[in-house]
Design a protein around this ligand. Structure first.
Ligand SMILES: Nc1ncnc2c1ncn2[C@@H]1O[C@H](COP(=O)(O)OP(=O)(O)OP(=O)(O)O)[C@@H](O)[C@H]1O
Length: 892
C-alpha cells in the first residue's frame, strides 16, 4: 500500500470470467460502464483505502480491492461486465445488512474502508432514466470508528499521533468514541515505545514527507518512513507534515477549545505535544467530515505519574490477556472485572494499565472499596442501579456528533434520570468516590425527563421513518397527525363506498411503492369496473386501478406524511442538540459513574474472594502474609490454593516502631523442583503489588506495601521469530533492560536466567546478575532458579536470603506442597521429573551416575559457606571491593 501507483500501459485485452481485470489503471476508462467509471472516480480519491460501493442490496467492490477483500474475508471472488470492449472485471460483495460486520473485520485487520452508499431512491433514479446517485458516507479507519457495532464495548479505541525531533517526542491520543484526549512529551525514545505498547492504539499518525501521504500501513508492513524503534505491531497512518507544524497545530487547538492560550491545558511549553495534538485534530476533521466529533478538553499528563510496567511485564503478569493464547479468560482483568457497565469495564482496564504512585490516590480508592465492602446493602443497591445505566460516554459522543438515533438518545435520557437515584444512594456513603457521585447536576435529570417525555417508549431504528415523538408534546405535530388520520379514514370510507357502488364485496384499497394507492378488483370482476377507474396494473388474479380523486388524495397524503416525518425529525434533532450542549457535564459524571462501578466490582471480588485491604506505606517494604495468586486461585476453586508469605525490603526509619522494625532481605533466591510453584509465586507477588497500586484489596491475609516505581519481570522467554533473536538473546536483552533501569524502589521478578546457554556461562551470568541487583541496585528481587549454587550468595551478602518451594518425596512420586519456606533446596528433582515423564530407565540410571561424578569433581561449592563475614551492601556501600574478593567462590 505504500508504493505510489506507477502509470501502467493501457491494455486492450478483453478479460474473461476466468481472468477478469484487476487493475483499473490499465483500462481505457471511456470504454467502461458509467457505474465502473464512477467507482474509479471515488476510488481515486482514496487510493489506499478499500472501497465498498452500494449496488442494490449489496456493497460491491471491484478490481484489486475485490481480490483483497475476498482473500481477507474468505468471500467468493466473481466478476462483472465492465463494458463491451473491456470484458469482465473482478468483483466481490457483501449484503448491505451485513456491512457493519464485514467492514469491522476489515478495519480490525488494519485496512481503511470507504463506504459509498446510494443517497437517493433507486426506483426514482430508474424512473428518471439515470444512474442512482451515490456518495461517500463513511471513511472508516481503525482509530476513527465510532459505530457501536464496530467498537469493543469494554475497551478504549485509541487514535494516537506522534511527533519526533531527534530523541525528543510528543504524543497525543484520543478515543473519538468517548472524547478522551491526552498529550505528553518526553526525551527518551525507549519511553515512547513503552508508552505506545501501554496504550495499544488502534492507529498511529506519523507526519512524514512520504510521497504516498494518507496511506495506512497495516501491522507488520514496512516503510522507509517508519523509524526502527516504532513497534511494528500497530497500524500507522502516514500524514502530511503541515498540520503537525506548530504554526498550524497551535491555532487549531486554540480554536477547537475556544481558548486564548494553552496554559490552562498544561502544555503551553510542550511544543512537540502541541504539534502531535494539533495533527491529530486535523486528522479527525479530515476523516469525520460529516460529523463534528466532540472531544473533551486536552489533558496533559506526565509519564512519571504511573507505575511503569514494560510490555514484557504486562504480558508476563497476564494483566489483560494470557501469554499462552492471548485470551481474556485467565487474565487478571478476568479475575477482577465485576463491573456492571461498559464504562466501568473500560475504566478498570485503564486503571490496570496505569497503577498509581500516589499514596493519597490509592487510599481514596481503598477507602471507597472498604466502605462498599462493609456495607453490603449499599454495594448491592449500587450495582443493581448501575445495570440500568447505559454507556453515557459513547452515546454522548454520538449525540454530540449528531449520529445518535432515537433509541440511543432515549437510553441516554433514561440513564440521566437514574443518575439522581445513584446520587441518592451515594449519600448513604462517605468515602471519596461516593462523595463525588453525590454532586450530580440536577439539570441533567430534568433534561433526561424532558427527552423521555418526548420520545415513544420503543422508538424505531431509523429516524426518517417517523413514529419517534410521542403524542401530546407538540401541538403542530398532533394537528398534522390528526389530519393524516383523517386521510387514512377517508381511504377506509372510500373502500366501503366503492364496494357499495360497484357491488363487489372484495374490492380493496391497496398501496405499493411504485404506483401508490390503487383500487384492487378480482380479475373475474374486472368487467364491473366503473368508468372512472383507470387500469394501472394486471396481475394473475387481480386488476389494479386508480382514479383521479384517489391520486389527488394520495398526493396530499404523501406530502402530509413527508411533512410529518420532517417535523418529527426536527423535534428529535432539537432534543439531541439540547443534550449535546451538556456533553461535557455528562461525560464528567460518566467518569464518576465508571469509577464507582470499578470500585463496587472490586469490593464484590474482595468479599467473595476474601481479599484484604493492603496497608500502603512509605519505604521499600513488601510484607505479604499468606498471599495468593488471584487468577490461579479462582481457577483452582476456593480452598485449593496454598497461600504463601513474602517479606522483602524495609521500612524507612521514620516508620519503624517497636514491634514494627522489619528489615527483610532485598533479594530472595528461590529454588524448588519443576512445577513446584516458583513461577506462580513470583507472579503472585507482582500481581499483589500491582493490585494494591490500582487501589484494590489484595488476595492475602494482610499486606504492608511500599510504593513501587516499576515492576520488572523476566519469565521463560521463547524465541522471538519475528526479529530472529534466539531465546538466550531475548533473555539477555530483557535482563539488560532490567539492570539498566531498576531502582531501589523497583520490584524485580526473575524466573530463570542463563538457561539458554552452557551451564557455566549461564550460572556465571545468573550469579553476576543476582549479585548486581542485591549489592549495587538493591532492588527488591525474587530470583527463581534451578542453579542451587546461587544459594551461596546468602552467605556473603546480608540482604540476600534463600527460600525454597517444598515437595514431599514418596517412593514413586513427588508430592508438590507448593509451600514457600526459608532455606535453599539441597536437591534438584530434574532427573526424577524425567523418570516420571517416562524417560527410559537406562537413561535415568546413567544420568544419576553422571550427576554423582559431576558433584564429586566440581569446584563449585555446594551448601552454605561457614564462617564467612557477610557484607551488608546497604550500610556499607564502599566495601564492594572487599565483597568481590569474598565472592571468589570458584577457587580451591
Ligand atoms: N501455591 C499454590 N497452590 C496450589 N497450586 C499451585 C500453587 N503454586 C502453583 N500451583 C500449581 O502448580 C502449577 C505449576 O506451578 P509453576 O508453573 O509456578 O511451577 P514452577 O516451579 O515455576 O515450574 P518450572 O520450574 O518448571 O517453571 C501451577 O500451574 C499451579 O496450578
Amino acid at each position: 500500500m505504500t508504493t505510489s501507483p506507477e502509470s501502467p500501459e493501457i491494455t486492450t485485452e478483453i478479460a474473461t470470467k476466468k481472468s477478469p481485470h484487476t487493475d483499473y489503471r490499465k483500462l481505457d476508462r471511456s470504454k467502461l460502464t458509467p457505474m465502473s467509471q464512477h467507482y474509479i472516480e471515488v476510488k481515486e480519491q482514496y487510493p489506499n483505502a478499500l472501497l465498498l460501493y452500494r449496488v442494490g442490496d449489496f456493497f460491491e467492490c471491484f478490481f484489486q480491492d475485490a481480490v483483497t477483500i475476498s482473500q481477507e474475508l474468505e468471500l467468493a471472488l466473481t466478476s462483472k461486465d465492465g463494458g463491451k470492449e473491456i470484458g469482465r472485471v473482478a468483483m466481490t460483495g457483501v449484503p448491505h445488512h451485513a456491512l457493519d460486520r464485514y467492514s469491522r473485520l476489515l478495519v480490525e485487520k488494519g485496512y481503511a474502508v470507504i463506504i459509498c452508499d446510494q443517497v437517493e431512491d433507486a426506483a426514482e433514479a430508474a424512473a428518471a432514466g439515470r444512474m442512482v446517485e451515490r456518495q461517500i458516507t463513511k471513511l472508516l479507519t481503525p482509530g476513527t470508528i465510532t459505530d457501536e457495532g464496530m467498537l469493543h464495548a469494554r475497551k478504549n479505541n485509541y487514535l494516537a499521533a506522534i511527533v519526533i525531533a531527534k530523541d525528543h517526542w510528543g504524543l497525543a491520543y484520543a478515543d473519538i468514541s468517548t472524547g478522551e484526549f491526552l498529550t505528553t512529551q518526553s526525551n527518551n525514545l525507549s519511553a515512547l515505545t513503552l508508552e505506545l505498547l501501554r496504550l495499544q492504539p488502534s492507529e498511529i499518525l506519523i507526519p512524514t514527507n512520504a510521497p504516498d501521504i494518507n496511506s495506512l500501513l497495516r501491522p507488520g508492513e514496512k516503510s522507509d518512513y517508519l523509524a526502527d524503534y516504532l513497534p511494528d505491531c500497530f497500524c500507522y497512518s502516514l500524514r502530511s507534515q503541515i498540520p503537525f507544524t506548530l504554526n498550524e497545530a497551535k491555532p487549531r487547538l486554540l480554536t477547537t477549545f475556544r481558548l486564548k492560550s494553552l496554559e490552562g491545558l498544561g502544555c503551553e511549553e510542550l511544543t512537540l505535544a502541541i504539534r502531535a495534538a494539533g495533527g491529530l485534530l486535523e486528522y479527525i476533521e479530515d476523516t469525520q467530515k460529516a460529523h463534528q466529533v466532540p472531544l473533551q478538553p486536552l489533558k496533559t499528563y506526565n509519564l512519571t505519574e504511573f507505575l511503569v510496567l514494560d510490555y514484557q511485564t504486562r504480558r508476563n503478569l497476564e494483566i489483560t490477556s494470557t501469554v499462552r493464547d492471548n485470551s481474556y479468560y485467565g487474565s487478571l482483568l478476568w479475575a477482577l472485572d465485576r463491573t456492571a457497565t461498559a464504562m466501568g469495564g473500560r475504566a478498570l482496564r485503564r486503571w490496570l494499565s496505569e497503577p498509581l504512585l500516589s499514596i493519597k490516590g490509592i487510599t481514596a480508592r481503598l477507602d471507597t472499596i472498604e466502605e462498599l465492602k462493609e456495607n453490603p446493602s449499599l454495594r448491592t443497591d449500587l450495582r443493581q442501579l448501575l445495570r440500568d445505566i447505559y454507556d453515557l460516554e459513547r452515546i454522548t459522543g454520538r449525540v454530540g456528533a449528531g449520529t445518535a438515533n432515537a433509541r440511543e438518545l432515549l437510553a441516554l435520557a433514561q440513564s440521566l434520570v437514574r443518575l439522581t437515584d445513584l446520587a441518592d444512594l451515594a449519600k448513604g456513603g462517605n468515602s471519596p468516590y461516593l462523595r463525588a457521585l453525590q454532586k450530580i447536576p440536577p439539570d441533567l435529570e430534568a433534561l433526561g425527563k424532558e427527552v423521555v417525555a418526548h420520545l415513544v417508549e420503543t422508538p424505531p431504528l431509523h429516524l426518517k421513518d417517523g413514529g419517534v415523538i410521542q403524542d401530546g408534546v407538540n401541538f403542530q405535530l398532533d394537528e398534522m397527525r390528526r389530519l393524516y388520520e383523517e386521510d387514512q379514514q377517508w381511504l377506509a370510507n372510500l373502500e366501503v363506498s366503492e364496494r357499495q357502488r360497484t357491488g363487489i364485496s372484495n374490492l380493496k384499497i391497496g398501496y405499493n411503492k411504485t404506483f401508490g394507492y390503487y383500487i384492487s378488483l378480482p380479475r373475474a370482476k374486472a368487467d364491473h369496473a366503473p368508468e372512472n377507474y383507470i387500469r394501472k396494473q394486471t396481475l394473475t388474479n387481480e386488476e389494479r386501478y386508480i382514479t383521479p380523486e384517489l391520486k389527488e388524495r394520495e398526493t396530499r397524503i404523501e406530502r402530509a406524511k413527508d411533512e410529518l416525518h420532517e417535523l418529527e425529525y426536527q423535534i428529535f434533532s432539537q432534543l439531541r442538540a439540547k443534550v449535546a450542549e451538556k456533553a461535557q457535564e455528562i461525560r464528567n459524571i460518566a467518569k464518576a459513574v465508571a469509577a464507582i462501578d470499578v470500585l463496587a466490582g472490586l469490593a464484590e471480588v474482595a468479599v467473595y474472594q476474601s481479599y484484604s485491604r493492603p496497608q500502603i506505606t512509605e519505604g521499600r517494604i513488601i510484607e505479604i502474609t499468606d498471599g495468593r495468586h488471584p487468577v490461579v486461585e479462582q481457577s483452582l476453586g476456593m480452598g485449593f490454593f496454598v497461600p504463601n508469605s513474602t517479606n522483602l525490603g524495609s521500612l524507612p526509619p521514620s516508620k519503624i516502631s517497636e514491634g514494627n522494625n522489619q528489615d527483610y532481605p532485598d533479594l530472595i533466591i528461590l529454588t524448588g523442583p519443576n512445577a513446584s510453584g516458583k513461577s506462580c509465586y513470583l507472579r503472585q507477588v507482582g500481581l499483589i503489588q500491582l493490585m494494591a497500586q490500582i487501589g484494590s484489596f489484595v488476595p492475602a491475609k494482610a499486606a504492608l506495601l511500599g510504593i513501587c516505581d516499576r515492576i520488572f519481570t523476566r519469565v521463560g522467554a521463547v524465541d522471538d521469530l519475528a526479529t530472529g533473536q534466539s531465546t538466550f538473546m531475548v533473555e539477555m536483552n530483557e535482563t539488560a533492560n532490567i539492570l539498566n533501569h531498576a531502582t531501589p524502589n523497583s520490584l524485580v521478578l526473575l524466573d530463570e536466567i542463563g538457561r539458554g546457554t552452557a551451564t557455566f556461562d549461564g550460572l556465571s551470568i545468573a550469579w553476576a546478575v543476582a549479585e548486581y541487583l542485591a549489592a549495587e541496585i538493591q532492588a527488591r528481587t525474587i530470583f527463581a532458579t534451578h542453579y542451587h549454587e546461587l544459594n551461596e550468595l546468602a552467605s556473603i551478602l546480608s540482604n540476600v536470603a534463600n527460600y525454597q518451594v517444598t515437595v514431599k518425596e514418596m517412593p514413586n512420586e513427588i508430592i508438590f506442597l507448593h509451600q514457600v519456606r526459608p532455606g535453599g533446596a539441597d536437591k534438584s528433582y530434574g532427573i526424577e521429573a524425567g523418570r516420571l515423564a517416562g524417560l527410559p530407565s537406562v537413561v535415568i540410571d546413567r544420568a544419576r551416575q553422571v550427576m554423582t561424578q559431576i558433584e564429586k569433581h566440581s569446584k563449585i561449592a555446594l551448601g552454605l559457606r561457614q564462617g564467612i563475614q557477610k557484607v551488608n551492601p546497604i550500610k556499607n556501600k564502599k566495601s564492594r571491593e572487599k565483597m568481590l574478593e569474598q565472592l571468589d567462590i570458584f577457587g580451591e
